[in-house]
Write a protein that binds this ligand. Structure first.
Ligand code: URA
Length: 211
């Protein structure tokens, strides 16, 4: 199941922070701080192969050519509302990135994802997209978000989450085999209510203190 398109980021710093986030006693403040730190570390892995460009630079000693990331070509797309937590951490290490937002809610009758908000930067066909959402559970919102983004013809799409489960990975990969998944862990299973087990609960509620 762990095809080459699924990257589990097993760095000890990432694993340690994720473990602390699972604690039901963690405060909103500490949950949010850990998510922020974890997202910075995940950004490091996810951006490992982003294109670089050469520019002129003058050191105190001489002129030279140096490599820099063309940050403007990168777009972080946050799936509302829980994506915001990952987005903040990623932006602190890639401050030049552009940002898009997709709002999706789950229709209680059909359980499918319904779009209520969609705002992207211009010229998406020139850009590499990194979609962020902490929990890849059923995969329904991730699949819908990627489908919508593909209509804009971007250069590439990657998906980043904190946590997923075999069902989420399988569903997203089936619908979009070309989209690599980056995650800190693949947990045991999805329960009947669409929660990941053992998981960490409702990521949105925990980061915003809404429960
Ligand atoms: N969304 C969450 O916030 N938590 C889960 O376990 C599954 C989906």
């Amino acid at each position: 199941m762990h095809s080459s398109n699924v990257h589990v980021i097993d760095h000890p710093l990432v694993q340690h922070k994720l473990s602390l986030m699972r604690n039901k006693e963690a405060s909103t403040n500490s949950f949010r701080r850990l998510l922020n730190e974890l997202s910075m570390l995940m950004a490091y892995e996810v951006t490992r192969d982003v294109p670089m460009q050469e520019i002129d630079m003058e050191t105190p000693l001489e002129k030279t050519r140096v490599k820099v990331i063309d940050g403007k070509k990168l777009v972080f797309v946050s799936i509302l509302r829980a994506g915001t937590g990952i987005l903040d951490g990623m932006l602190s290490v890639v401050p030049g990135a552009r940002v898009g937002h997709i709002g999706l809610y789950r229709d209680p009758k059909t359980l499918t994802a319904v779009e209520y908000y969609f705002k992207m930067p211009q010229n998406m066909e020139e850009r590499d997209i990194i979609v962020v959402d902490p929990m890849l559970a059923t995969g329904n919102s991730a699949i819908a978000a990627v489908e919508r983004l593909k209509e804009l013809g971007p250069k590439s799409i990657k998906f980043v989450c904190l946590l997923t489960c075999p069902e989420g990975v399988a569903n997203l990969q089936k619908a979009h085999p070309d989209v690599p998944i980056y995650t800190a862990a693949i947990d045991r299973e999805l329960n009947d209510h669409g929660y990941i087990l053992p998981g960490l609960g409702d990521a949105g509620d925990r980061m915003f203190g809404t429960k």
